[in-house]
Structures are given as C-alpha cells and as structure tokens.
Design a protein around this ligand. Sequence first.
Ligand code: ASP
Ligand code: MG
Length: 416
Amino acid sequence: MARLVMKFGGTSVADIDRIRNVAHHVRREVEAGHEVAVVVSAMSGKTNELVGWCRAAAPLHDAREYDAVVASGEQVTSGLLAITLEGIGINARSWQGWQLPILTSNAHGSARILDINGAELIKRFKERKEVAVISGFQGVHKDTGRITTLGRGGSDTSAVAIAAAIQADRCDIYTDVDGVYTTDPRVVPRARRMDRIAFEEMLEFASLGAKVLQVRSVELGMLHKVKIFVRSSFDKPEDIDPHGTPPGTLICDEEDIVEQQTVTGIAFSKDEAQISVRHVPDKPGVAAAIFGPLAEASINVDMIVQNVSADGATTDLTFTVPSADFQRSVDVLNKSKAAIGFDHIDGSIDVAKVSVIGIGMRSHAGVAADAFKALAGRGVNIRAITTSEIKFSVLIDAAYTELAVRTLHSLYGLDK
Ligand code: ASP
Ligand code: MG
C-alpha cells in the first residue's frame, strides 16, 4: 500500500466526461489499496474567465476580492469530482483551502504556503477509506482568515505541498502531456521523454519557459524530497496496471539518477526583449541606478551583460526583460536618464533565449564552447551569453530559435 497525491490540471477536468475519466484513474489507485488525496485545478479556461470578470468589474481591484473570485473555479471541480467518485461507489469528500486549512502568507494573488495540517486527511484514510478531493491553487491567510491564491499554475504547488504534509510516497501530476521532454516536441519532433530528471534541472526547465510545472512546486519538491511524477491523464485508466511503471517522467534527487548525461535538455523562450543602455558612465552606483527603478516597477530583469570600459569613462549595459515589459522598462529608464547619465537606449523584442541544461556540466568542460561553434556553423549570431553551474543561455534573433534549438538538440545527442 502506498499513499498518493494525484493532481489533475485544467484540461484533465475540462468537462463532466473528463472528470469521469479522472474518477476512474482515482478508482484504479483506490482499488489497488492506496490512500489517495486528489488535487484539482479549475476547468481549463475558467480561471482566465474569472480573472477577466474581475478586470471588467474594475481595472484596479482589491487583490483580496480577486482571490475570492478566482479561487471559485477549483471549488467547482473539487465538488464535482467528489460527486462523481461517490457516484461510482468511492467514498470521497471535497476540501477547500480554508477547510483543511492550507495556511498561507497574505500576498494575495501569489501567496506562499506556510503550513498544511494533514492529520485529518490521514485519519480519514485510516478510519473511513475516504478519498480527499482538494481544491488546488487556494489557501487562507493565517491571520485574516481571507481566501488567498498561489499564483497562476499554483495547483501544482498545492499538490506537492500536500504530498509533503501527508508524507505521500509520490505526487503524480496528471497533465495533457506524458512527461517532460528534452525540448518542445513541436519544435523538435525527435525530442525524447525523459525517464528521470533531477530537481535542480527541472527547476531550470520550469524557470526557463517549459510550462509543465509551476516553479514553486519544484522548489517545494526539492526541499521536502517529494518524488514528483509527471504523466498523462489521457491514458485510458483501465489500460494502466497500478503496480506497473506507467510512461512519465520522475522528478527526483540527483542521486536517484543512475546514468546522468552531461546535457539533459534544451529550453527556450521567445518572450524576451533586449535592452541596451549605451554610454553609461563607468563608475560605482550606475548598475544600481539602472536596476533600482526597474525593480521598483516590479520588472523582472534576467540576463545582464556589462562590458569592461575601453576608455575608462563609459561603457554599455545590456539586459533582458519579459517582452511584455519592454516599453515600460524603456519608459522607466528614460525617467531616470539624468540620474543614470546614459547617452541613449536601444533594444529589440525580436529576440529569444535558448538555454542548455544539465547537472553534468558541473564536471565537464567545453560544453558551452561546443554550442558556440555549432551555432556559428549555422550562421546564428549570439547577442549575449550567461552561464551558471548547470546551464548556459544564449540570446539570439527570434527568427533563429527553431534552428538553434534543433542544432543544439542533436549536438548533445538528445535526438531519439
Ligand atoms: N486554475 C489556476 C490557473 O489556471 C491554477 C492551476 O491551474 O494550476 O492558473
Ligand atoms: Mg498547470
């Protein structure tokens, strides 16, 4: 017997038929003797609709009321799944975040989970063989008692946090893909599903634009050592052997991966914009004068490249921001032009960031050099480069994204 958390995303609970399919997945695990807590998202598209309603009601609205509205999507699916489970003879009940409770910070709209009491769930597993159906994405602020939400995609984080709280053996994330791929299969048809990936690598994938899991859920999994298994909810429940190993990707500790490759995968993001601040004085305090106002405007700066000044007087500073924030960033900088003392700003939103990820890079030299050579061979110009221990990223013209990703994917032997 095992204790499982099963999480189903929006497309997996998109309508009553899909919810029935979910109920059959749950029944399979219950009949195999497992204790099960299910975490559900809202029906696909629902949260967007609710967010839209808040904006339509008032463009500037109270974040606490926004949370009261958008948390409702998950309340609906948790209730519907509990009803469906009961209908096929499985003992079940729904739980909202405030009922367990899932205590969070008061950062409405992007709250952090502080504590979850799992005792009642465990008691009910034992005494009533009851399946817990829990609304993802939501919690309650520990002091005010008001409903909070965890940020878009937050039900992944709910699932992993609940798995930690009830000491689950595994957290299964059922989604519309059957695992984590070496890169986006729509760009590289020869991309492979990985059997296993280390938490740290998955953290990079999630942060760099692979939309399989919310970043925070991977951080939590790493912290609490929760084994996360990404698998498809489209596999027919009756075809799956609950004691076998279904197709999917296990996110786990580095030590649990026997054959570690140098490069695990390639991530990319086209939602990038480049900003170059030209001829800034080369003196202490200039970086602070540039990035301070951007931080105050909550603009997330990513790659930062500064040259060593040639004449000792001025230098250029280049960085990237989300493309949605491009114009706002330029405006913010222009407002501080006198304080910063630059000559002019240029930039582009037609850029993409391509990143090569792998824990093996820690112990292998020349991994990045190989990439630069291969990209040059394809005529891809690199605008900026950043590196960290287990990844490096290049900024290139967006038009070359697919070519660059394919080139790197085969360079590192990732093609199937
Ligand atoms: N329903 C929420 C969203 O769309 C949470 C989630 O699906 O994880 O962001
Ligand atoms: Mg999601």
